[in-house]
Design a protein. Structure first.
Lengths: 255, 222
């Protein structure tokens, strides 16, 4: 029987591949690939946050350059990440840098939008009160607007992280590591090979589980980061609105 | 790396590009249409019964979180398709569309003011007719907003299928990469972007045309 057709057998062979101890050690084992994948993701998100949080905060604080936010997220959502990444590698070289650059481009819009919305949506009365107490612009931004905006900033970072985890699978196609390797290598191994579809499916399961676990962890972090001042009874209603998961239509999906 | 820009490739391959574009549209748009049709009754149920909402909304979140390459790869395992079946790309796209739109539809229906439905009931609308001619039309702007994101995302997501051999214009990207042909890649990327932007503008226009009352309200406010 063709192992790529369904039924009980492919499920079993995928699970056999997944739980085979040989696949859980060494430089091409699942743990190594998970670490590589998380490494690409962390590097990308840190760089993207270092760029997008300050810009988003300044745009939100001053109200200047708002058009950038909507324009960027709409335009970039349509850009096929597979094309961007492979073209960048083709035009430069096979290596980490072009891959990370294309992943950063993908991660910028959600962080920018989250930071902007967070700073912009801070209750005007709170900002007025801070100014009334004699705080200057930058102090208001640091001590009032950013702490209040933290849940939405982290929400933006969370969507960016998940986008990057999904897209980092493509890195394997341009000869890098990460969890995409199992899918690409399995596909190259061809039908009928024991390292063919079973390897692809096992890799896909690990990718899906990793994305869901990271999503769960970041959701908890986001909750813990809400300032205690926003948690008291008087503001609970507003806080619960801030806590709401960003609706998918804000996020989009490109991989 | 030595990059080739073989521009003559373009005029010689118009047929191939057109075929890939057609395949891309077929792969991307059919699932979005299917997802729209499915998500309206699901959203209706979720807006009516909190228990349904409690199950559907988190489930939609989980499904939407799963990376596309993973879902595309797992479809043969789940429904028994062959590895190069177009359904492997279409089923995930339909799932993502439903996951996205179920929330939009639910939120939009929940946002219909109680007095509006009460007024509709008072003038004699039965529940089904009331849903179709009052509540659903009022939800159109939110549904269209969700649909625009779904369509634009689908154009980009479809190309991921090229990694396992099903991808319309995405296959021009992977083929161009393998053959060191930057022209083929740029043409495919530009077409995907262009089609996405055109479809987005089209949906925006249609959405406005079928909800004339939203413009009337804006005019009154001015």
């Amino acid at each position: 029987m063709d192992p790529r057709t369904a039924g009980g057998e492919p499920v079993n062979s995928a699970l056999d591949w997944l739980f085979n101890p040989d696949h859980w050690s060494g430089p091409t084992g699942i743990p190594t690939r998970i670490l590589e994948h998380l490494g690409y993701t962390a590097l990308t998100v840190v760089i993207a946050a270092a760029i997008a949080v300050p810009i988003g905060a300044i745009i939100g604080h001053t109200g200047r350059g708002t058009f950038l936010i909507a324009g960027l997220s709409n335009g970039l959502r349509a850009l096929p990440e597979l094309g961007l990444l492979t073209l960048l590698v083709l035009l430069t070289y096979v290596g980490l840098l072009p891959v990370v650059i294309s992943l950063v481009i993908l991660a910028l819009p959600p962080i920018l939008a989250g930071t902007y919305a967070g700073v912009r949506n801070v209750d005007r009365a709170v900002v007025d009160a801070a100014q009334g107490m004699g705080m200057r612009g930058s102090t208001v931004l640091w001590k009032v607007e950013l702490p209040n905006a933290l849940p939405l900033i982290l929400g933006g970072i969370r969507s960016a992280t998940l986008q990057v985890i999904a897209t980092a699978t493509i890195a394997a196609y341009v000869a890098l590591g990460g969890l995409g390797r199992f899918v690409i290598d399995g596909n190259n191994a061809g039908a009928g090979s024991p390292d063919g579809y079973p390897q692809m499916a096992a890799g896909a399961i690990v990718i899906a589980v990793l994305a869901l676990v990271v999503e769960g962890v970041l959701e908890v972090v986001q909750r813990l980061a809400v300032s205690p001042g926003l948690r008291n009874a008087a503001t609970r209603k507003r806080t619960s609105r801030i806590w709401r998961k960003p609706t998918p239509e804000l996020v989009g999906k490109s991989t | 790396m030595n990059v080739d820009w073989p521009w003559p490739w373009l005029p010689r391959n118009v047929d191939k590009i057109a075929e890939a574009t057609g395949e891309h549209l077929y792969l991307a748009l059919l699932p979005v249409l299917f997802g729209l049709i499915v998500s309206i009754p699901l959203g209706w149920a979720a807006s009516r019964w909190p228990a349904v909402r409690l199950v559907l909304v988190p489930l939609a979140g989980v499904l939407y979180t799963i990376p596309s390459l993973a879902l595309i790869t797992l479809v043969p395992l789940l429904i028994g398709t062959k590895i190069i079946d177009p359904l492997n790309v279409q089923v995930p796209l339909a799932i993502y569309t439903v996951a996205l739109l179920v929330r939009s539809v639910t939120d939009a229906l929940l946002a219909v003011p109680g007095e509006v439905t009460a007024a509709a009931t008072a003038v004699g609308f039965r529940p089904t007719k009331r849903f179709l001619s009052v509540e659903l039309p009022l939800a159109i702007p939110v549904i269209v907003a969700g649909l625009r994101v779904a369509v634009v995302s689908a154009m980009s997501l479809t190309s991921v299928g090229a990694l396992i051999g099903i991808g319309g214009l995405g296959e021009l990207i992977t083929e161009g990469f393998k053959r060191n042909n930057a022209v083929e890649m740029v043409v495919a990327i530009a077409l995907i972007l262009l089609i996405a932007l055109v479809l987005d503008a089209l949906l925006l226009t249609v959405g406005k045309l079928i909800t004339p009352w939203t413009r009337a309200r804006q005019g009154a406010n001015r």
